[in-house]
Each structure stands twice: as C-alpha cells, then as structure tokens.
Design a protein around this ligand. Structure first.
Ligand SMILES: NC(=O)c1ccc[n+]([C@@H]2O[C@H](COP(=O)([O-])OP(=O)(O)OC[C@H]3O[C@@H](n4cnc5c(N)ncnc54)[C@H](OP(=O)(O)O)[C@@H]3O)[C@@H](O)[C@H]2O)c1
Length: 329
C-alpha cells in the first residue's frame, strides 16, 4: 500500500452504516472510498452525505475495485454469509456487523474462507473496543472488586412491530437473541475470559416465530453466573453490573455504547468517563486497520474463536427456545 489513505468500501448503506461512516471521519489515516447498494440512488445519496468517491450498484463491482482496502458489511445478518464470502474470495478484508452470521455453521464457513484466502475477518462487536472498557479491564486486573461473582445486564427497547424490518422477520433472522443478546454474551465472555460451561434460557416467542423477549443464565467454571435479558417489548435500563466479593462495577447505559463506568468498593465510589472521539465506531475500525496492516487474519480483541463460541451458544439457546429460521429448515 502507498502512503494514500486506507480506503473503505461499504456493502449495504442502511441505518447502521451511517455510524460507521461517521467513525471514519475522525480517523486521519482512513477514508470512505466506495459505497455499494442494490439501489444506486441509495449509494449515491450515502456517498454524497459522507464523502465517498465511488458508488456501485453491485457488490461484485465493489469487491473487484483494486483501490478498496477493506469492506464493512452492514446488511441484515441473514445476508452476512454471502456478502462476506464474496469479499473474502476476492481477497478483501472484512469487518462485518454483529452477529457475524446467523448460526455457527455459517461462521465456520467464513473462518475457513478467511484462512483459505489469507484475508482478515472480524465481527463488528464495537463495544469491546471502546475506551471505557480498557478502564474496566484495568479494574478487573487489579482485583478492585475482588473475586468475580455475578454479572447482571439487560438490553431492551420497544421495537415497532410494523413494517418489513429485520427485527420481527424470521426470513431476515429476526429475534432479540441474535440482535441484542449477542452483546451480553460477548461482554460476559470478555469479562470472564472464558466461555460458559452451562446455560439456561427462556423466551417469549412472537406470533411471527422469533424471540421477542429472552432471559438467559450463563454459568462459568469458577462459579460465576451471568444473568441477562434482551427485549423488543419494553425499554430496559440497559446497564451492566459486574459484582465481585468486595464491590461492583457498573457500566453505564447503554453499556454496549458506554462512555462511563463506576467502581464501588471498600466504601468508595469512583466514576470514570472516556468520551468517544467520534460516534464510537472509530475504535473497532482502527483495530481492523491495525490488524490488516500487520497481516493478521483476525483480531485478538474479537477473535474468530470468540465469535464462533458465541454463535455456538446462541445456536444451542435457539434450539432450546424453538426458534429455527425458515431457511435453516
Ligand atoms: N453495531 C451496532 O450498534 C448495530 C446497530 C444496529 C444494527 N446492527 C447490525 O447491522 C446490520 C444491519 O442493520 P440495519 O438496521 O442497518 O439494516 P437495514 O438498514 O435494514 O439494511 C441495511 C442494508 O441491507 C440491505 N438489506 C436490507 N433489507 C434487505 C432485504 N430484505 N434483502 C436484501 N438486502 C437487504 C440493503 O442493502 P442495499 O442498500 O444494498 O439494498 C440495506 O441498505 C444487522 O446485522 C444488525 O445486527 C449493528
């Protein structure tokens, strides 16, 4: 690569892609270069708003543009597998929205393709890269709350039931577990540094056959439990508590987008703020650029193994609550 900026392409310029494009604006070494949409007028409008140089009405054209250094995929998860395979086979590094795929079998296909083509692949679990999480890691490493005991979190908001959005659509792999539950599972995995050894789960399933309210318990080897719920049917408090033997840490709402955390231990309370430079997506994007430039196929912050373990867990949870998508049957 020359000394030009690191050129990003976007597949699927919908809602969340705007936050990605905003993040690029605060990264000096990177730029939005190209946008691909099935509707060219959508790509054109997005590029005009965010400063993209090129637009394409086909994803194939984007992945074959030699000036594209990496691609961010922001379609509903039903389409992540196909879009990511297209990129990886063309040798383009991929940062793909969460959940990486709909199930573990699809995730394995993507990891295999990344290895076979020697190309970087990362699930865009932006929470793990946020600056406040480094402060939380420092507290945990210093044993500021003693031995870990219990994690308690929730992720909920009233999602409209109308329209053809992904949330309530089984065809688009809707449901709270894949959409929201991926966060408490991935944050618990990050806190614990391991995967749960056992779980239990209960869901309320909508008339469209997706889970609209899910409550889960994860049990870890050292006796720690993580309790979470994800919901389309009520507005949650949306914070995340980590309880230890001598205190607790509160990751303030919304914890998946947090800039603040509070440590309470030994009769003292300290709140720390770590504001974003931009909208918050810049940190995961910088990590992807760092890894790609270093020739890595995966990030140590959100590794292939972590993503796969979470997908396997969510597969097992969905089997238990009876949510199987039509295209999986
Ligand atoms: N990290 C976060 O904080 C966060 C937040 C929200 C969502 N997400 C994730 O981001 C992904 C996209 O969510 P979103 O709400 O931004 O999506 P969206 O706006 O509904 O759609 C984004 C793009 O996906 C394509 N698409 C949408 N519906 C489609 C359909 N029925 N068939 C084929 N293509 C379709 C379209 O691409 P074209 O323009 O090419 O037609 C659309 O522009 C999801 O996987 C979600 O889990 C992440």
């Amino acid at each position: 690569m020359t000394d030009r900026k690191f050129n990003w392409g976007i597949i699927g310029p919908g809602r969340i892609a705007h936050q990605f494009a905003d993040g690029l604006k605060v990264i000096d070494e990177a730029a939005l270069y190209a946008v691909a949409s099935s509707r060219i007028e959508k790509a054109n409008a997005f590029a005009a708003q965010h400063g993209g140089e090129k637009t394409y009405d086909s994803y194939e054209a984007l992945v074959n543009d030699p000036q594209v250094d990496a691609i961010y995929i922001a379609t509903p998860h039903r389409f992540h597998l196909d879009r990511a395979l297209l990129c990886l086979k063309a040798g383009k590094p991929v940062l793909c929205e969460k959940p990486l795929t709909v199930n573990a079998a699809e995730t394995r296909q993507l990891i295999d393709a990344a290895r076979a083509n020697n190309v970087f692949l990362m699930e865009a679990l932006w929470t793990r890269h946020l600056p406040i999480y480094q402060q939380i890691r420092d507290w945990l490493d210093a044993k500021s709350i003693g031995d870990l005991r219990l994690l308690v979190s929730n992720f909920g908001w009233n999602v409209p039931k109308t329209g053809d959005d992904r949330w309530y659509s089984p065809e688009l792999a809707g449901g709270t577990l894949l959409d929201m539950g991926v966060y408490p599972i991935a944050v618990s995995q990050w806190v614990m540094g391991q995967n749960p050894r056992a779980f239990s789960v209960q869901s309320v399933v909508s008339e469209t056959d997706v889970d609209e309210l899910t409550a889960g318990l994860l049990k870890y080897d050292n006796g720690v439990i993580s309790q979470f719920h994800s919901s389309f049917v009520h507005d949650g408090v949306n914070d995340f508590y980590i309880y230890g033997s001598i205190g607790h840490i509160r990751i303030h709402a919304a914890y998946w987008a947090a800039t603040q955390a509070t440590l309470s231990a030994n009769g003292q309370t300290t709140t720390v703020s770590r504001p974003f430079r931009g909208g918050g997506f810049e940190y995961q994007t910088e990590e992807a650029i760092r890894c790609i430039r270093a020739g890595l196929l995966e990030s140590p912050v959100m590794s292939h193994a972590d993503t796969l373990a979470n997908m396997e867990l969510m597969d097992q949870m969905r089997a238990q609550i009876g949510v199987k998508y039509p295209f999986e049957k």
